[in-house]
Ligand binder design. Structure first.
Ligand SMILES: *Cc1c(COP(=O)(O)O)cnc(C)c1O
Length: 492
């Protein structure tokens, strides 16, 4: 009798499970606003259902898929919901889901050319398209990674090696208070202390201030410090502010420093005409982080790191540089024109993450992406206009790339701790009501509401409804506060 190899299923069962998986995927992706924006579950509740013993015997795959899709996977935030404005939502897209399944089936690994020539070629062409989409010069090159944090880490490691060699003594890095924590974490990983990161207060538009930066660099040099790296942010996560790239590039050129731009949130805006104007100077950075799993609508995980001189990645990461007695790798050593992408970053075996962007760009065309990014900018402007017109709402910062911040301010309540705690309570109330998802952030030490408007499923109506909802929740909270103040101080 013919026996099947271990860990395989007969083709008819594969087909049946595959059809069911596709149905579940299509249902999930078409939930829209009929689905929940957030499914809150306690640890206890989820443990009850899912903290099971290791399964010693196999079960029916279709049943397992259904159980996953009904119970565990939907728990949490639904970032593709049109009223999800929290953090940095992504919508995902169907070709990308299929791309992830295909690369898994074909065991694609764009690490060494010999092992994954086709996948490597697909990654290289996707990188070029991304470069062209954003109007970056032809010299930029790099690779796809898991996300913005690892893109930052990869770029900062190359910057350290290029400018410091092996000696980190007295090295100094500059960013503003608005930079993302992944920058500080990356510096920690590559061996710099927190004291070596100079965190500057931002200007009145919450941007890194080039004059202050230049001044601080001079002081640090006078004090024996070794400035080597400036980190600019393209679209700060808090308010969407864009650091002035051209002026920062001037400072860095003059001082011989590396300019890294963390564009995890905002670099995609360069796909549009007005975004490109806001990002003037983009081509002058030494390295750039992008996060297609944010504003290029890809499912997790897809980040990207690009360097103006990509060979600097190779100098840091080439397997040959870190040679041990690993003769077994010799057959896959790269020959000139046929690159091993595992030489350009910290991973040897790597997935073909690029394929989801490749397939979605091919399916929808670059113009659909440009329009979708543009819509996110328009929606932020639309929200800012409504906030400006409403007597009980006020903007907390100027509208940034796909981000607005605001306060609900009842008549007569001045800025201060009461107004701050009202915003925090308001955000909680909105979460509990389950109509929309927004978060709070801190702007100049004050608690404010934050909405990220880059979800392509969101329309102006969803913004209008959400702002109305915020006002309604705010009025209810303010009325309750007044009633309890009246009870505490009767006759006042
Ligand atoms: C999201 C974000 C990151 C981190 O990216 P991940 O993909 O979450 O690792 C870094 N910088 C900025 C500005 C971000 O918005």
């Amino acid at each position: 009798m013919l026996t099947r190899p271990p860990l395989t299923l007969p083709p008819d069962q594969m087909r049946e499970a595959g059809r069911r998986a596709i149905e579940l995927i299509i249902d999930r992706m078409n939930e829209g606003e009929l689905g929940p924006v957030l499914v809150r579950r306690s640890r206890h509740d989820l443990e009850q259902g899912w903290d099971e013993p290791i399964p010693e015997h196999g079960q029916d795959l279709v049943g397992l898929l259904e159980r996953l899709a009904v119970d565990a996977l939907p728990s949490g935030m639904h970032s593709d919901h049109p009223r999800c404005f929290a953090f940095v939502p992504t919508s995902g897209n169907y070709p990308a889901v299929l791309a992830d399944a295909l690369t898994a089936a074909f065991l694609s690994v764009p690490g060494a050319w010999l092992v994954g020539s086709g996948p490597t070629q697909l990654e290289l062409v996707t990188l070029r398209w991304l470069r062209e989409l954003l109007g970056l010069d032809g010299c930029f090159g790099g690779l796809f990674v898991s996300g913005g944090s690892i893109a930052n880490l990869t770029a900062l490691t190359a910057a350290r090696d290029s400018l410091l060699g092996g000696d980190l003594t007295a090295a100094r890095v500059y960013c503003s208070t608005q930079a993302h924590p992944s920058i500080a974490r990356a510096l920690h990983i590559i061996g710099l202390t927190r004291e070596q990161l100079v965190v500057l207060p931002p200007d009145d538009r919450l941007r890194l201030d080039p004059a202050l930066l230049a001044e601080r660099i001079r002081q640090d040099r006078d004090g024996g410090g070794r400035p080597f790296l400036v980190v600019a942010t393209i679209g700060t996560t808090g308010t969407g502010a864009v650091d002035p790239l051209a002026e920062l590039a001037d400072v860095c050129e003059r001082e011989g420093l590396w300019l890294h731009a963390d564009g995890a949130l905002g670099a995609a805006a360069a796909a549009t005409d007005r975004g490109r104007r806001m990002l003037a100077g983009l081509n002058r950075v030494d390295s750039l982080t992008l996060d297609p799993h944010k504003w290029l609508f890809q499912p997790y995980e897809l980040g990207c790191v690009l360097l103006r001189r990509p060979e600097q990645l190779k100098q840091t990461f080439a397997m040959a540089r870190h040679f041990l007695d690993s003769g077994y790798l010799m057959v896959s050593e790269s020959e000139g024109l046929e690159p091993n992408l595992s030489d350009y970053g910290p991973q040897q075996t790597r997935g073909l993450r690029a394929l989801k962007l490749w397939l979605s760009l091919k399916t929808f065309g670059a113009n659909a992406f440009r329009d979708a990014v543009d819509q996110g900018i328009t929606l932020a402007e639309h929200a800012a206009t409504l906030i400006g017109e409403h007597p009980e709402l006020e903007a907390a910062s100027e509208p940034g790339l796909g981000v607005v911040t605001l306060r609900y301010r009842p008549p007569g309540l001045p800025p201060g701790p009461d107004l701050d705690s009202l915003q925090a309570e308001l955000a909680r109330t909105v979460l509990e009501a389950g109509f929309a998802m927004i978060t709070t952030t801190a702007v100049r030490g004050e608690t404010v509401l934050r909405m990220c408007t880059i979800n392509p499923r969101t329309s102006a109506r969803h913004i209008d409804d959400t702002l109305d909802h915020i006002v309604a929740c705010g009025r209810a909270l303010a009325a309750r506060a007044e009633r309890s103040a009246a009870t505490a101080h009767p006759g006042r």
